[in-house]
Design a protein around this ligand. Structure first.
Ligand code: GAP
Length: 511
């Protein structure tokens, strides 16, 4: 997928009512987006697919909907007040602000590219005899470049982990990194910049700072005992939640990839200590299956293990998708140990434990988390689905080959003409199908134009009502992906749609 394709995705999303810039008539708000009439349906369907597969199809997972506002002490205990920050540096000439670690990583990337050039040259020279592994292990230039990358890694890590940001600034200076905009090396100090937004809880109290949650997970942790007790839940069990999260991302870019207000779909799975690695593997496999069940090519996905683990994790992996700007994280699976519950126990003095009947003891459960960004998943699906097909004779069509059950509409009902009783029959069909599926009704323009419009918003099935329909109670079904058409009776219509494009059909791939 090219940068060009990505531009088409962004413009298609706007042109067909999927995603708009927030407050666009005021020139927009950076890194904040609104979902339009078709986008909101796609987004809802992704959320439903996640919710049904995680909650409805697991008897030991329940859902909650915690408030966005939480007691501010929650974020102190969770480590977000002190630790949820990025190291930022400003260029005094361009006045641009950068993530210091990203500037350094971009610098390292140059050595990686040099290595890639060596490999490409050698491949050409040695042809079929080329042995990549041996070449990488023995080539002195590659060894030199890798040593430089590793030495920089070491110093960056030392600076970040010790909290001595002076070391990071020194490294930027020594490497001679210049501002990509001004070209100057006139840098400020490196400072930690907290990513949480805050506001005031009330207009009258003095000290009433409150945060907008940067992850939904803490709403689950603070409700662990409520749910466990009232639901009489036995380990292992999960609590799922979808909802908005907010982060002051300084380097927000790439459309809805990195937003300041976004939606997460998270599940915390509570297990007995010692069983977490088994469940970590289970959820890794299960979540990848969820992605691949959407029909996306396997080569577009990969796992990426975290090298540097967060202080609370004993294992962490990202599920990455091959975006036009490379493989990037869509979902994280983290083994969070008992860190969060223990921190909340410490902060509140309340026990957040589980009494294990079999072991006859109480303990704080361990947690395996699955956390996916709904907006990022939306971008995965849009990027993967948008295609321009050459139809020959200078004709082409733009088609959004979304997984049918997730498309904004499962079918469109189109009377061939706007008279002779066809709209009346079409509306009757619409009324029956609308109870189970999201249906689009349209009677304007030629049937060809209407098919194209449905292709562009991803409607998998068009149902055309013509004059014969009045006599023999049959309609034409036209498929988005193949453009094949077939005649079916009104009696079979519901069953066909259910079998081919319903959420039930999609979910059945997971059971
Ligand atoms: N509770 C764990 C957690 O929040 P994370 O890796 O920071 O982990 C989880 O976020 C997911 O949320 C990411 O994999 C990504 O899909 C999504 N996400 C994170 N920051 C985002 C942002 N600024 N814009 C859009 N999605 C974001």
């Amino acid at each position: 997928m090219s940068e060009e394709h990505f531009k088409s995705v962004i413009s298609h999303a706007k042109e067909y009512g999927f995603v708009f810039l927030s407050s666009e008539i005021y020139d927009g708000l950076a890194a904040v987006y609104d979902y339009g009439q078709n986008g909101v349906e796609l987004k809802k369907n992704i959320r439903d697919y996640w919710w049904k597969s995680m909650v409805q199809l697991h008897e030991n997972i329940v859902g909650i909907d915690a408030a966005i506002f939480m007691a501010p002490q929650v974020w102190k205990a969770s480590g977000h007040v002190d630790g949820f920050s990025d190291p930022m540096i400003d260029n005094k000439d361009s006045k641009k602000r950068y993530r210091a670690d990203v500037l350094i990583e971009d610098y390292q990337e140059k050595y990686r590219q040099k290595n890639q050039k060596e490999i490409t040259k050698a491949k050409k020279r040695f042809g079929d005899d080329f042995d990549l592994e041996q070449f990488v292990a023995t080539n002195p230039n590659i060894a030199r470049n890798n040593a430089k990358i590793a030495a920089i890694d070491e110093r960056l890590k030392a600076g970040l982990e010790s909290g001595n940001l002076h070391l990071v600034r020194e490294l930027i200076e020594e490497l001679g990194i210049a501002c990509p905009v001004s070209g100057s090396k006139n840098w400020t100090d490196v400072r930690q910049f907290n990513l949480m937004y805050s506001t005031q809880m009330s207009a009258t109290d003095g000290d009433n700072k409150i945060y907008l949650r940067p992850e939904t997970a803490q709403g689950i942790f603070v409700n662990y005992l409520n749910v466990q007790k009232t639901g009489r839940m036995k380990l292992p069990f999960g609590i799922a939640q979808t909802g908005k999260a907010f982060r002051n991302e300084i380097v927000a870019r790439q459309f809805i990839m990195r937003m300041k207000e976004f939606e997460q779909m998270e599940m915390q799975f509570f297990v007995s200590p010692g069983e977490e690695m088994e469940w970590y593997q289970h959820w890794k496999d299960h979540r990848m299956k969820w992605h691949l069940n959407l029909g996306i090519d396997e080569s577009k996905y990969r796992f990426h293990d975290h090298v540097k683990l967060a202080h609370y994790a004993n294992a962490a992996v990202d599920i990455e998708y091959d975006f036009p700007f490379g493989f990037k994280e869509v979902e994280g699976i983290h083994s969070r140990t008992d860190f969060d519950l223990k921190q909340h126990e410490l902060a509140t003095g309340k026990k957040l434990q589980y009494f294990d009947n079999e072991k006859n003891e109480s303990y704080v459960p361990y947690v395996v988390e699955t956390s996916i960004g709904l907006d990022r998943m939306f971008l995965v699906l849009m990027s993967n689905a948008l295609q321009t097909e050459d139809l020959g004779e200078g004709q082409s069509r733009t088609v959004l080959k979304l997984p049918p059950a997730l498309s904004p509409f499962q079918c469109a009902i189109l009377p061939l003409v706007k008279k002779d009783g066809l709209p009346e029959l079409a509306k009757k069909i619409m009324k029956d199908l609308s109870l189970d599926f999201n249906c689009y009704y349209e009677e304007k323009d030629s049937i060809g134009k209407r098919y194209r419009r449905q292709d562009a918003i991803g409607t998998p099935i068009c149902i055309t009502v013509d004059h014969d329909s009045l006599n023999d109670q049959t309609v034409t079904i036209r498929y988005r992906d193949t453009m094949d058409q077939k005649r079916v009776s009104l009696e079979e219509l519901h069953a066909i749609i259910e079998k081919e494009v319903s959420m039930k059909a999609l979910l059945s791939g997971l059971v």
